[in-house]
Every structure is written in structure tokens, then in C-alpha cells.
Design a protein around this ligand. Structure first.
Ligand code: SF4
Length: 694
């Protein structure tokens, strides 16, 4: 590479803009680039992203398991083995015995190809992706309310102008630090309201007049939101004109919160009634209907990863609609997508219930459209599969083989030890990855893939902006792009359908497949995006759509839907043998399962391993001491981690990050939201005690 290459960070959905420069002796280094989302900022993960390219254990050739050990293999040997095992397993057990778990970090082109490949080359219904654990609750609620799911239906920069921001279960100060600058306006106005059971780095921004931190009992976010709506209705602060002209279903929702006054809810949520009143009026004061400068309601995984996550997001959207926010200047509801391509990853057919363009796989018209683009009969497209948690639960029973792309479920999924056992019991586990992740180490076949700086493609940021990812250097010899590998495997499996391998041509096909769908990329192409003016989908005549809902919502009648919800309970109640809540989350240095960031020395040094945060009162009662090991046990397993004594957590709650094997997700429950399949990763019941002397 002779010229610097303009691209974006490989990690989170903020997709900070970067420039890659060649360094003497090979490789690249990263520098930040001015862009509306990051304005020249990068977090420590972004600054060090190029180091993963040079990880000493980078995979540079396929591996196959022989006599219990992974040994090097040629591509022909590895793919020949995969094809013959798939053929014989499907001959014995049927096509659905092979599953595919995709990833929210794959480019749009790879996500699209993986969905098409699973359905046509494997002929299986069993495909889903790890974004199920990330986005499904907000996606379900957004589709239900607005008829469309674009994480933020407005540019991130619109948040700057909001006078109040209600931030629900999101610790952006650690997960996407450059985002914090967009909260400065709300903080200056004293209007940042953070809902989090833990005083996270983000919640701390509310101190000194920045706003309010509401610290509910884990699992009671929805109750709290209903209480906020109760205050608005009771005090006549609803935007009646907006509700009457742009929405349906308000009356039933208003009735449903009539008896949920904050004093009554305080014993459930632990949030004092005056704070709830204050937060509700702070939001109302900022709403355009009351002459305010704008108010935003933003949700994150903390409120979404629950068995009632989709209804909790519905409660947040109800609040936003009642105040007349969606579609108004500096106002609205949005979901802060987490994974780098969490938005695009869910739009192009990796989900068990969807085809490209965010189309329902059960809709005959959608099936016919996509089948025509794929050049097959509609009957050749398999029907809906099962969400990721159920797919993993079937491993070793009805699912005999699994392909994993861009995911490390051994660390990142709930009840991780049980999932690990199931993965071990498969007849065939094929993992495509760039490093030997914990999941790759269990595989029968490991296929090395290129990294972000070594590939061409596109990703879609949390605001629906489609961005070009550009190749700055060649992958190591021996690495093959997934687009080529999937095409090769399709041919070996006897699939007559053509699979494009050139990213720009894959994108063109993806755009045709999405045309007319809920996520319509039909006006886009690599050539259009190459002018560096990233565009928000949908695009018409080369012009994108930064803001949705100004005049109408995406439902046929143009109206948004209120959705009545009644609070449920977490999957697990506290009980004598598990009397404390565990909430899980992230730290600044690491991304997702940590498979990449744990390989960056500076990040590993700054956050070397898991820990558990314990309130001083609980620590004193249980004899736990700062820095000493504790056993944390749930119904799924037990982990040993050092204690951090801190007032950041509630006395009834522990906090543990999940980026390491054998940490938080050994304890979490795989109970899921029946609407969307989101697992309850954020709260479970545990016991904590000092490590007993052995
Ligand atoms: Fe930006 Fe996210 Fe990358 Fe950090 S991890 S540099 S916040 S895109």
C-alpha cells in the first residue's frame, strides 16, 4: 500500500473513521479521522486495532482434527473433509442437521452470502447469528412500533442538540467512548438521565449537575419506564396532538399505567418516587411540545437482554411516542447497536426468520422476490429456523454439524459451559476465524479468514450509514476470504447456484435482493460509496435518508403503534441459595468475547482478567475482601474471580464483565424472550462467598 487507506474501526457500531498508514517492515498503523460519529476520536480498542493483524497466533492455514488434535491441513484437504462430512450427515439425518451461526461483525457482503449459502448450498433452515443476543429485542419492538428497525433513525450528531437524553442500560463511556461527546449538550442542560443498576462510567456523567442516575433493582427497568409514563399521563404532559395524528393505541397504554404511580413502584424498583417524577418532568420539559430543545430516549443491552426485553423496549418507545419525539428535531427513540455491523448483520438474511432486505422468510411475496434474485424456485428456499439460543441447544441432538463465522460462543453466550459441552458433542464443528478463539480450539476444522484491514466490503453503522471497508494490505498467504470459501464449498456440495466472490458484485446482488424490503439497499453500490460520502439507507438518486419518520412511519397507514405491556419477572427470583443479583457487562479495554482485544498486549495489561464488583456492606457481611478471590455460583456453574469492593453497585447486586472464558457467562441463564429469542444475559440469581480453602 503506497497511499494511506481510509476505512473504519473493526469493532463497535459507532464505526469511528480511521486512516491506515503502512509501516516500515510491513503492517499498518491506525490514526483517527474526522467523521460525524467520532469527530477525530478513537478509544483504546480502535487505536490498537492493527495489532491483532500481527497476533503471534494468527491463523494462516486450515487445521483439521486428527486423533484428537488439531493439525495443519491444506485447503483442499480441509474443504474436502467438510463437504464429505456434511453430505454424509445430511444423508443420514436430513438437511436441518447442519446449522450455521453467523456474526454481527461480518461485512454486509459476507452476512448476505452466508444466509444464501446456508439456505441454498446446505439447504438448511438452521441459521441464526450472534446478533440475536444483541439486537433482537430492540429490533422486534422497533418493527412493531414503527414498521421498520434502523437502530438510530437519525444521525448520532442529532443527539448533540437534545436538551435531555434518557439513556437506558448503556455504558457508552466504556463501550464507545467517542460517543460521550454527543451527550455534552444534555449534560450542560442537566438533562442526562442514565438508568443502570450500576454507577458505570456513563452513569457517573450525571454527577455535578449533569442529570440523574436512576439505579433500579436489576430486571425492573420496564416497571420504571411504566412509572415514568404514568407521571406524564397523570400530569397532562403527553403530546396529545402528536398522539392523535401520528399514532394508534395510546388509550389502552394510558389505561395500563393508571395504577402504576411511582410511590407504588418504588418498593419494586428501588428508585425513590421523587426521582422518577423529576426524571419524567425533565424529559417532558425538553420535548418540543413543551417548547423544549428536544429529548431522546436511547436503549442499550442493559435493558434489552432480558426475558421481557422486547416489551421493555416497547415501554421506552411508548414513552417517546407519548412525548411526541420520534421524527421531531433533536428528538426520538433509538437503539445503540453494539457490534460493528450489528445493523447490517441483521438486514441481509443471517436471521432464522428473515431473508435479505429484512424480509420475513414466511412471506410468500418476499420468498418469491429473493428466490428470483437467487435464480431458484421459491420452494427451494427453506422456511424459518430457530433463534440462536435454541440452535445452540439443539447441537449434539438434532443438529449434528455447526458452522461458526465471526462468533466465539464458548465465551459470549449464556450458560456457556452447557453450550461448550454441546459443541463438543457435535459430529462436525467448523469454525472460520482469524485467531484460535476458544470456540476454534474445539473445532474439527478451522478455516483462517482475513481481517478488517485485509478485506473490501461494507458495514452499516448504528445510525444506518453504509460505510466502505477498504483493504490496506494483503492477508497472510494461506488465508482465504469467506466469499471464496463459501463458493468453493457450495460447488463441492453440488449446489448449482452461482455464488459471487467479488465484494462489489456481491453487494450489487444484495442490493437487488433487498429492493422493496424493509432495509432497502437498492440505490447503493460500492462505486457510489467510494466517494467517501457514506449514505444512510434508503437511498434514492444517490441521496441517502439520514432521518426517518419526519412525516410518516413505515406501517402501511403511516402511524406508529403504542404497545401495551405489563411488567413480568426476571427468569430467576432471588432465593436462599442464590440471594444476590448478578449483572454482566463490558469494560473499556475489551470488545465482546475478547478474542481479538485479549491479544493486544496493552489492552490485556490494562484489563487482564475477570473480577466481581461487590458493595462494601455486602462484602462486610459475607467476609469478602478487596483483591481476594470469591466463588460466585448460579444454578449453571461456579466461577472464581477476585473481588473489587465498590459503592458503584447496589448492596443486592454484583457486577461481572464477560470478556474472558470461564467468567460471567458460565453463570448466566439461557432463558429467552418469547417474542424475539433474546436471552436474559443481564441478570441472574447467584450466591457469592469467599473462596473456600481447598
Ligand atoms: Fe470507535 Fe468503537 Fe472502535 Fe472504540 S471500538 S474506536 S468507539 S468504533
Amino acid at each position: 500500500m503506497s497511499e494511506p487507506v481510509r476505512t473504519h474501526c473493526p469493532y463497535c457500531a459507532l464505526q469511528c473513521a480511521t486512516t491506515l498508514h503502512a509501516v516500515p517492515g510491513g503492517g499498518v498503523e491506525v490514526s483517527p479521522r474526522d467523521f460525524p460519529t467520532n469527530r477525530g476520536g478513537l478509544c483504546q480498542k480502535g487505536w490498537t486495532a492493527a495489532e491483532v493483524l500481527r497476533a503471534p497466533d494468527r491463523l494462516t492455514h486450515p487445521w483439521v482434527r486428527r486423533d484428537g488434535a488439531l493439525v495443519p491441513a491444506s485447503w483442499d484437504e480441509a474443504l474436502g473433509l467438510v463437504a464429505s462430512r456434511v453430505r454424509s450427515l445430511q444423508a443420514e439425518h436430513g438437511r436441518d442437521c447442519v446449522g450455521v451461526l453467523g456474526g454481527g461483525g461480518l461485512t454486509n457482503e459476507k452476512a448476505y452470502t452466508l444466509g444464501k449459502w446456508a439456505r441454498l448450498a446446505l439447504g438448511t433452515r438452521m441459521i441464526d447469528y450472534n446478533g440475536r443476543f444483541c439486537m433482537s429485542a430492540a429490533a422486534a419492538a422497533g418493527n412493531r412500533a414503527f414498521g421498520i428497525d434502523r437502530g438510530l433513525p437519525f444521525p448520532v450528531a442529532d443527539i448533540d442538540r437534545a436538551q435531555a437524553v434518557l439513556l437506558l442500560g448503556s455504558n457508552v463511556a466504556d463501550t464507545m467512548p467517542p460517543f460521550v461527546q454527543h451527550l455534552a449538550g444534555a449534560r450542560r442542560a442537566g438533562g442526562l438521565v442514565v438508568v443502570d443498576p450500576r454507577r458505570s462510567a456513563t452513569a457517573a456523567l450525571c454527577a455535578d449537575g449533569g442529570g440523574l442516575h436512576l439505579q433500579p433493582v436489576p430486571g425492573t427497568d420496564q416497571v420504571l419506564l411504566l412509572g415514568l409514563l404514568h407521571v406524564l399521563v397523570r400530569s397532562g404532559r403527553v403530546d396529545a396532538s402528536y398522539v392523535g395524528s401520528r399514532t394508534t393505541g395510546f388509550d389502552a397504554v394510558a389505561r395500563s399505567v393508571a395504577d402504576l404511580w411511582p410511590e407504588r413502584l418504588a418498593s419494586l424498583t428501588g428508585v425513590p418516587a421523587p426521582l422518577v417524577e423529576q426524571a419524567a418532568h425533565l424529559l417532558a420539559d425538553a420535548a418540543p411540545v413543551h417548547g423544549g430543545g428536544g429529548a431522546m430516549v436511547l436503549s442499550g443491552r442493559g435493558v434489552e437482554q432480558h426475558v421481557d426485553g422486547s416489551d421493555t423496549v416497547a415501554a421506552a418507545i411508548n414513552l417517546a411516542l407519548a412525548l411526541g419525539l420520534p421524527g421531531r428535531p433533536a428528538s426520538g427513540y433509538g437503539c445503540l447497536t453494539g457490534q460493528g455491523n450489528g445493523q447490517g448483520g441483521r438486514e441481509h438474511g443471517q436471521k432464522s426468520d428473515q431473508l435479505p432486505g429484512y424480509r420475513s422468510i414466511s412471506d410468500p411475496g418476499a420468498r418469491a422476490h429473493v428466490a428470483a434474485v437467487w435464480g431458484v424456485e421459491e420452494s427451494a428456499v427453506p422456511g424459518p429456523g430457530v433463534p440462536a439460543v435454541e440452535l445452540l441447544a439443539r447441537c449434539g441432538s438434532s443438529v449434528r454439524a455447526l458452522f461458526v463465522h465471526g462468533s466465539n460462543p464458548v465465551v459470549s453466550v449464556p450458560d456457556a459451559s452447557a453450550v461448550t459441552r454441546r459443541l463438543r458433542s457435535l459430529d462436525l464443528l467448523v469454525v472460520s476465524d482469524l485467531v484460535p478463539s476458544e470456540t476454534a480450539l474445539l473445532a474439527d476444522v478451522v478455516l483462517p479468514v482475513p481481517q478488517w484491514a485485509e478485506e473490501e466490503g461494507t458495514v452499516t453503522s448504528l445510525e444506518g450509514r453504509v460505510l466502505r471497508r477498504r483493504r490496506a494490505l494483503a492477508p497472510p498467504p494461506g488465508v482465504r476470504d469467506e466469499l471464496e470459501v463459501l463458493a468453493d464449498l457450495a460447488a463441492r456440495l453440488g449446489c448449482p447456484v452461482r455464488f459471487e466472490t467479488e465484494p462489489a458484485r456481491v453487494f450489487d446482488e444484495l442490493a437487488r435482493a433487498s429492493a422493496g424490503g424493509r432495509a432497502d439497499y437498492s440505490g447503493l453500490s460500492h462505486a457510489l460509496l467510494d466517494d467517501d460520502e457514506a449514505r444512510f439507507w434508503p437511498v434514492a438518486d444517490g441521496v441517502g435518508t439520514p432521518r426517518l419518520f419526519a412525516d410518516r412511519f413505515a406501517h402501511e397507514d403511516g402511524l406508529a403503534r403504542f404497545h401495551p405491556v405489563r411488567p413480568g419477572d426476571p427468569a430467576e427470583d432471588l432465593r436462599p441459595d442464590a440471594p444476590v443479583h448478578l449483572v454482566t457487562g463490558r469494560v473499556l479495554a475489551h470488545y465482546q468475547s475478547g478474542a481479538q482485544t485479549r491479544r493486544v498486549p496493552a489492552l490485556a495489561e490494562s484489563a487482564p482478567g475477570p473480577f466481581v464488583e461487590v458493595h462494601p456492606r455486602l462484602a462486610e457481611r459475607l467476609g469478602l475482601h478487596d483483591g481476594e478471590p470469591a466463588e460466585v455460583e448460579s444454578a449453571r456453574g461456579v466461577v472464581v474471580v477476585p473481588v473489587r469492593v465498590t459503592t458503584a453497585v447496589r448492596p443486592d447486586t454484583l457486577f461481572m464483565p464477560f470478556h474472558w472464558p470461564g467468567s460471567a457467562n458460565v453463570l448466566t441463564t439461557d432463558a429467552t424472550d418469547p417474542v424475539c429469542g433474546m436471552p436474559e444475559l443481564k441478570v441472574c440469581a447467584v450466591q457469592v462467598r469467599p473462596l473456600s480453602p481447598s
